[in-house]
Design a protein. Structure first.
Length: 114
């Protein structure tokens, strides 16, 4: 069965939750140096990116401060330019940008359930 936008929203929430768990349980150095941890970290970011591509334009329009194109592009970078990924940049995204995105997604969820 094809995933709905609400399914995709849930996928993004689950990936954010997994990243939050990684950040709370592991240090920057541990995630960066562990191939397995880094792969998981990158995969969860990729899931968020892919899920965002399937959100309706109307949803995105209600959150104009969110850089939707950049979020979508991040997944392409992780998938296709994997050998040049800047871990420090991903770390900043996870720590600085994901909380803002999570708040926006919570608002989208609230609006879509009304």
């Amino acid at each position: 069965m094809k995933a709905t936008p609400l399914d995709r929203l849930q996928h993004a929430f689950e990936a954010i939750s997994e990243i939050e768990t990684l950040l709370s349980q592991h240090t920057y150095e541990h995630i960066k140096k562990s191939a397995l941890m880094r792969a998981a970290f990158e995969r969860f970011l990729e899931i968020i990116s892919e899920a965002s591509r399937h959100f309706p334009d109307l949803w995105k329009a209600t959150e104009p401060t969110i850089p939707w194109r950049e979020i979508a592009a991040l997944g392409n970078i992780i998938r296709h330019a994997y050998d040049g990924i800047d871990f420090d940049r991903l770390w900043l995204v996870a720590n600085d940008d994901l909380p803002v995105l999570k708040s926006a997604l919570l608002r989208l969820q609230s609006q879509s359930s009304q």
